[in-house]
Design a protein around this ligand. Sequence first.
Ligand code: PGA
Length: 255
Amino acid sequence: MPVKKLIAGNWKMNGLRADAAERVSALAQRMTSIQPKDFDMLICPPATLLQDMRTQMQGSGLLLGGQDCHAQEAGAYTGDISPLMLTDMGCTHVIVGHSERRQYHKESSPDVAAKARAAHAAGLTAIICVGESEMEREAGYAQKIVSTQLKESVPDTATAENTVIAYEPVWAIGTGKSATAEDITDMHAFIRGFVADMMANTAWLKLLYGGSVNTGNAPAVLHTPNVDGVLVGGASLKPEDFWSIAMACEDMPTE
Ligand code: PGA
C-alpha cells in the first residue's frame, strides 16, 4: 500500500507571478517547519510560473508538476509544451487527460495514452484522470465509462511507480458537489481491480480522488479505503485551505 498520500494542487489557468510567490512561500514555510511524513505535496501551476516556482520551492520538499503535455518530445506544435520541457523545469509529475482537456480540447483517451507514454519516456509520473459525467452516472454507466477510459488512456509503459490514477467525476469538479464516501469507495475498489490486469504491483499504485475537495470533506475523503491522495482545484489556490487538506493525512493509520 502506498506509504505516503499525494496531495496535488491543480491551479488550472490561475496565478500571476506575485500571487503565486505568496502562495508558494506560505506552503514552503509550512513544509520546511513540519517536514510531513505522511504526505507529499505537489503543485501543478500554469507553465508560465514553473521557472519562478522551481526556485521558490527549493529545499522545501514541495513537488512541481505540469497540467498537460504534448505527446512528442519537440517539433512544430505551436503553443504546446513537451514532457521533456517539464522535466527540464524541475517537474516530477504531469496531469494528463483532465476532463477540462478532454472536453474543451477534444482530447480522446488514445491522445491521453500517447501523452502519458511520452511523460514516462521523459521520466515524469503521469497523473491520468478519468471520470464519468452526471448523465453517465445517472444512467448507471459510471464503471463502464471509467473502465473504457482506463483501457484506452493507460499506456503499456505504465507501472505502479510512474503512474497515478485520478478519479474525478466530471459532475463533482468545481461544482461544490463532492462524490459520497460510498461512491468513492466503490469506484476506487473497482479501479484498483480493473488495473490489476494492466500493470504489476497495483497495490502500490496511487489512486487520487478529485472533485470539490475542501477542508470540510478532506478528512473523510482521505480516510476512504483505496484513496491515496487528492487532486484539488479551487481549494489549492488558498494556501491555508490546501495545507489543512494535507494535514488531514498526518498520523492517519496506513491501510
Ligand atoms: P475542484 O477541481 O477541486 O475545483 O473541483 C478539481 C480538478 O479539476 O482537478
